[in-house]
Structure formats: C-alpha cells, structure tokens
Write a protein that binds this ligand. Sequence first.
Ligand SMILES: O=c1[nH]c(=O)c2[nH]c(=O)[nH]c2[nH]1
Length: 307
Amino acid sequence: MADVNLKAQRYGKRKVRLVKVVRHANGRQELAELTATVLLAGDFEASYTEADNKKVVATDSIKNTVYVLAKKSTQVVPIEQFALTIAEHFLRTYDHVAQVWVELEQRPWDRMVINNQAHPHSFTQNKGWRRTTQLVATRKAGSEGTSAPWSVVIESGFHDLCVLKTTGSAFSGFVRDQYTTLSETNDRILCTNVQNSWKLASTDPRVLRMTDFDHLFDTSMAHTTRIFADDNSVSVQATLYRIATATLRDCPAIAEASLALPNIHIFGVDLAPFGLANTGADLDVYKPVSDPSGLISATVQRAKARL
Ligand SMILES: O=c1[nH]c(=O)c2[nH]c(=O)[nH]c2[nH]1
C-alpha cells in the first residue's frame, strides 16, 4: 500500500433545481427559480479511507433537505438568506459537519405586463444573466458566549450579463514590437459578457442576516451597466476598475469586488477589395469573432485603514 493520507474531502449534491411560489391573499404571486449545490466537509474521512458509511449523510438526503427548507421558508430570496438557512441547518443538525459550502444560482423571471398592468401570476424570461451566491460556513472551535458558533464567507454576484456599445471605446498606447499587428483605435465596438462578484466584509452570520443583499446586487448591477455605457473607455482594464471602485465606494458591506470581462472582438470587415470605404468614419460593417477573445479580470479591495 502506498504511504498516503487523505488531504481534503467534501461531498454533496450539485444542481438541485427548485421553484418556489409565494401566494399572497390579494391574488398576486411571486416566483423564484434556483439551482443549488450543497457540499459538506467534516468527519467523513472514514467513508473514504475505511469504506465506512456510518457518518455519511446521503447526498439524496441533502437534496431532500433543500426542498424541505424551501417549504419551511416563507421565501427563498434573497438567495444569500436561503444559503444561510441551508448552511446553518447542516451545522446545527450534524455535529460532525465542520463546513458547509452552498452555491445558489437564480434565474431571473420578470413579471409580465399585459395591457399596461403587472400580471399577478405570469412571468417571462428575457434576461441572459444569472444572480449567484457562494457561501462557506465553517464551525468555530470552542466558540462560547457571545460569538457566533460559525463564520460565514459570502461572495455574491452575477454572470453572463451581455453588453455591447457601438462607440465610446478606444485602445491605444500598448506595446508595439515584432509581435504586434493590432492597429491603435480611438473608436471601436466594445462587447463583453460580465462576470461580477463581491465578497462581504463581515463573516458574522448575525450581521449577514441583517444585510440588504438586494441593495448590494442592485447597486453593483447599476454601476456595471451605467459605467459600461457612459465611460469613455480607454481599455477594458480601466473600465473594469471604475466599476469595481464605484461599487466599493457605495457599498460599505463589501470588502472586495472581482470582475472578469472577456473582450469579445467585433472587428471591421475589409471591403477595400470591393472599392468600398469601411474604415474610420465610414466603418459600419463588422464581423463578430467567436474565438479567441481577450479576458481581463481583477479583484479590487478596500484599502486597509492605516492605524
Ligand atoms: O481593452 C483592451 N485591453 C487589452 O489588453 C487589449 N488587448 C487587445 O488586443 N485589445 C485590447 N483591449
């Protein structure tokens, strides 16, 4: 037998799909569609090393638990609150669970407007982006008295927000050497598929329970779209930094913001062989390039206070 040891382990159920409907007395109904992944870590070593399942909570039971908690919860949004509910359930119920990892993704359904009236129970899917949260709750050793029995790291965000602007974007002044063929441009199409996430400053579940997660989402989404649209972009890098900085400025509850912006290239078509002007002020026919794309990513954190 090789001399080895189990370095790390976690297990659970991924992609548990769930729809929760909330019915109000006045006939208005709410809808939330989520996909959940829940993984447990803790005293499960024997299931790997000794083939002993005594302490294993079946992944099927983990899936069932998500549905039971959805049933018992008035609502499953904001997703951060439901993620806390799931994590705390497993930490409370099983002493041998040391850490719970929850990822929730919400698919946005918009209420239909029929004859200028918000419809009470009909919805439409017209957004490509998804709202997400990743939560890691870790049991604290020997925490008594006033401190919470576990710490919780939450990183929320959204992904797949497709945005494009037809002007207001430039790129010049970059390295020119024997590998360079790209021309400098003071006017190009900018197209990206935004992935934006923000890490909460607090790890105290009691503080997190009081946090207005929808406000953080709304603020981050608003800055992302407004700055993308209004910024006279000199590069994806500089625009990304402005989005992250504005979000941190307006959301004290956030410790850091991370963005990943593919630079989806849409280049002008060379129509000179046909005697047609399609450059500079005449440029209006482009070809989107499927691959490759640039990929610009960064994490911006709040500067530590100087003591
Ligand atoms: O905004 C940009 N940043 C880059 O780093 C880069 N590189 C490139 O080819 N085009 C662009 N655009």
